[in-house]
Design a protein around this ligand. Sequence first.
Ligand code: NAD
Length: 331
Amino acid sequence: MKKIMMFTIREHEREAAKAWAKNNQVEVTLSEDVLNMETVEQLKGYDGVTTQQTGKLDDRIYERLNELGIKQIAQRSAGYDMYNLEKASKNNIIISNVPSYSPNSIAEYAVTSALQLVRKTHLIEQKVMKRDFRWQVPIMAKEIKSLEVAIIGTGQIGQITAKIFNGFGSKVVGYDLYPNEQAKQYLEYKESIEEAVANADIVSIHMPATADNHHLFNEVLFNQFKDGAVFINTARGSIVDTKALLQALDSGKLSGAALDTYENESTYFPKDFRDKEISDPILEELMMRQDVILTPHIAFYTDIAVKNLVEGGLDASLSVINTGTYETRVN
Ligand code: NAD
């Protein structure tokens, strides 16, 4: 029987993993450990590995995996920026992801966050908690129907987000390095990000983190936004210069931001810090601000997405073990 190690197992994944193991007649070890230079030694005698890395992997790990006879790492997420694909390939390690486990889960969350900011529900809730039931200008909302939405990155998630905003009757514009025909049903493409954000009341980003887009959303770009816009990031933290975002909020250029990802999140998300110190003043500021909705990289977290992620990771691992490749390999 083949043996697969499932690192970073979370409580919500156990049931789907056990069911998959039974259906596929594979021995799957469920471990809460994170894959690193120490835990890689646990893979002696295993055929494959699936994990859910959040931070960068030590580059030496690929060589060690090769020595241990492991041929792949199946990442249980869409993003795979935590892997060094060149180093992996050099050591004959196939990296795979689960590119499409439920684009709806993230799109729906992006829209939910935008609605919270625009309809001021997070502010209203805070006031009600203090027994302040007055109708006041700071909690007067706009109607989503009357707004323009910019979708930056019009792949799977971006398109569904655009489609949902179409349902509200909003005007939806978009920008992508590679515009696609299907997205044109739901949005009007602009030639540049600057053009796309210029008149948008809501800007929602849906692109992967790449070497080229680190801090793409910086002071210069935020200055191109429409005054009072809200910014939604359910993509990747590194795409946004958080200090510049805070300045844009302070100056009133932006009226709010919903951040499901944060550039230095890997120390904190998704961990329990209730009794621990947070030594990141920027993160603390994001947590405290009334104009920011900060969530711990949770946009994907639905029952459907979790099942698809578990099965997608294990399918990829088993396929590389048995056939030497898999359709979702990324290197
Ligand atoms: P996708 O590959 O279908 O679409 C990404 C799109 O971004 C592509 O059309 C691509 O051409 C475009 N793009 C790439 N670089 C760009 C740039 N610099 N400017 C403009 N467009 C650019 O991916 P997807 O499934 O829609 O996912 C989008 C992103 O969402 C993922 O890469 C990931 O970072 C993020 N994500 C977040 C969560 C979460 O829980 N918060 C979960 C899954 C995915």
